[in-house]
Design a protein around this ligand. Structure first.
Ligand SMILES: C[S@@+](CC[C@H](N)C(=O)[O-])C[C@H]1O[C@@H](n2cnc3c(N)ncnc32)[C@H](O)[C@@H]1O
Length: 267
């Protein structure tokens, strides 16, 4: 059973305000573009979060297109509604509450790595896709940056490398595996999709140290630490992060993130 720290509820506001504009919006735009919405009449965004990919799909399609976002986090859905996404559904893979062959496009941006079985999740997304329809997913690539690595080494020193590693393995079991683009391709093919196309994108991200630390504060590692560390130790952790970052790096910081986008067609 999922632990409370695995839920995105507590981080929904900061995900939307800080992480979406700097990290999630551009991949969502590239995913929607690669999906080529054409005359799609129904689009499903799975793990929609605060709605960036669904809203991008709405803007790229005609007024008659129905775009639905589904997510297990109520808070994410509340923010998505506030952002203008009209159709939101509470639910989670591997069971989608929709009939087979309902959607012309199904997308999931940075979601697959969360699933215990990404295979079952893909089969379910393909089930609700119409024949001839396209499925598109994104996953983070393997490009490293010194800021995340420094954050991680400080977190390891407070929570213990093993305990933190185990928490991440539990919440994001497939994150490292999907860094390898061939794995995304073979996963879509194994789910029965044809004409699988892969795109690799690299983005330069510039943000203040305060925003970087606030975004990391919403990460799965931080959510786990906030719940499991003694409150005094949690305070010390944050003080150490601020001291190290402001003395080691000049503000704002700039780094690279890379993303794999995979698109497949249902026969
Ligand atoms: C990293 S966020 C990405 C959100 C959004 N797609 C975006 O690009 O901003 C991952 C999202 O997946 C959702 N999620 C986690 N487990 C899920 C599941 N089993 N089925 C569907 N969504 C899930 C989370 O609640 C969260 O909103």
């Amino acid at each position: 059973m999922a632990q409370a720290w695995q839920s995105y509820d507590s981080g929904a506001q900061s995900h939307d305000r800080l992480a979406v504009p700097s990290l999630f919006a551009q991949p969502a735009k590239d995913l929607v573009e690669a999906l080529d919405l054409g005359a799609a009449s129904a689009v499903l965004d799975v793990g929609s979060g605060s709605g960036i990919a669904a809203l991008t799909a709405s803007q790229s399609s005609g007024p008659a297109t129905v775009v639905v976002g589904i997510d297990p986090s109520f808070e994410m859905l509340r923010v998505a509604r506030g952002n203008g996404l009209r159709c939101v559904v509470s639910g989670a893979l591997p069971h989608l509450p929709f009939c087979a062959n309902s959607f012309d496009r199904v997308l999931a941006s940075f979601v697959l790595s969360h699933l215990t079985s990404y295979e079952a999740a893909l089969v379910e997304m393909v089930r609700v896709l119409r024949p001839g329809g396209k499925l598109g997913v994104t996953a983070w690539g393997g490009v490293r940056n010194e800021f995340r690595e420094r954050w991680q080494s400080i977190a390891d020193s407070f929570a213990g490398r093993e305990a933190l590693g185990a928490a991440v393995d539990e919440a994001l079991p497939w994150e490292p595996w999907f860094e390898e683009p061939g794995h995304l391709e073979s996963a879509l093919q194994a789910a029965g999709l044809n004409r699988v196309a892969l795109h690799h994108k690299q983005y330069t991200v510039r943000m203040s140290i305060a925003d970087f630390l606030a975004i990391r504060d919403g990460s799965i590692q931080a959510r786990f630490m906030r719940q499991t560390l003694d409150p005094e130790r949690w305070k010390q952790f944050n003080a150490t992060l601020a001291a190290e970052f402001y003395t080691s790096f000049s503000d704002p910081i700039e780094h690279e993130r890379d993303v794999h986008i995979a698109i497949g067609t249902k026969p």
